[in-house]
Design a protein around this ligand. Structure first.
Ligand SMILES: [Zn+2]
Length: 244
């Protein structure tokens, strides 16, 4: 067992037995891990209200393979403005569930930590904009190594620059040239260009999709994500329920 301090974002919390909680964390230093928070259920004072979904914390942990033990937690921010808005809560929960489901345990990924932290910061500070979700998804796929092919045909590797007709299919892992994608769904080259720019730009708020582009980008990204998930996301059902 190793006693460490680390930065973490709470991905999920569940009750464990009479008094304890198990917290799923995404840490900057050690990737995803699970921590046992003793007496956290019985006494809120023990962790001072820190163990809430998507809170950003500074943790004291006794690290162990499988299940670490939380010895203390200082709140960096609980993102108060997200918590006042159901749509923002839905998006924050979606982002955290995606990270929880797509990354293996104990695999450090600084870029993913920064991406998730930046999305939560942006959700907290600015009005909700559906482009931000697509920006997050495109960059998430990139930093976990599932980036869809957008610049070259996913089937024949032809350069797609200047191509007038672009298509994609849920099984193609990216965009197809006119020849390979005859039966695929059409996607405007402008939408593909925006997705490419989203993955080249590190900052939220710079890329804005029109309603049509949002729909096209959303279909492609939803398919690119769902092929890596063994079961549907709970948070996605919630987003649909609240009409987002
Ligand atoms: Zn092709």
């Amino acid at each position: 067992m190793q006693n460490i301090q680390c930065e973490a974002i709470v991905l999920g919390v569940m009750d464990y037995g009479e008094a304890d909680k198990i917290v799923t964390l995404f840490t900057l230093e050690h990737g995803k891990l699970k921590g046992l928070a003793r007496s956290a259920k019985k006494s809120r004072k023990r962790f001072g209200g820190a163990l809430e979904p998507f809170a950003r914390l500074r943790l004291h942990l006794a690290m162990k393979v499988g299940l670490s033990t939380l010895n203390g937690a200082d709140i960096v921010t609980i993102f108060p403005h997200i918590r006042q808005d159901l749509v923002k809560i839905g998006h924050a929960a979606y982002a955290c569930e995606l990270v929880e489901r797509l990354v293996p345990e104990a695999e450090q990924n600084h870029r993913l930590f920064r991406l998730l932290a930046a999305y939560l910061d942006h959700l907290d500070q600015f009005q909700h904009d559906p482009s931000d979700r697509r920006f997050f998804e495109a960059n998430l796929l990139k930093v976990v190594g599932y980036q869809p092919a957008l610049s070259r045909c996913a089937a024949c590797d032809a350069d797609l620059a200047g191509a007038l007709v672009l298509r994609w299919s849920p099984s193609s892992a990216g965009v197809l040239c006119g020849r390979c994608g005859k039966t695929g769904r059409p996607i405007a080259s402008q939408t593909v260009a925006l997705l490419n720019r989203a993955m080249d730009t590190g900052r939220f708020g710079l890329i804005r999709f029109s309603p049509t582009e949002l729909e096209e980008a959303g279909e492609l990204l939803n398919a690119a994500i769902s092929c890596h998930l063994s079961r549907p996301l709970k948070s996605l059902a919630f987003l649909r329920e609240i009409g987002v």
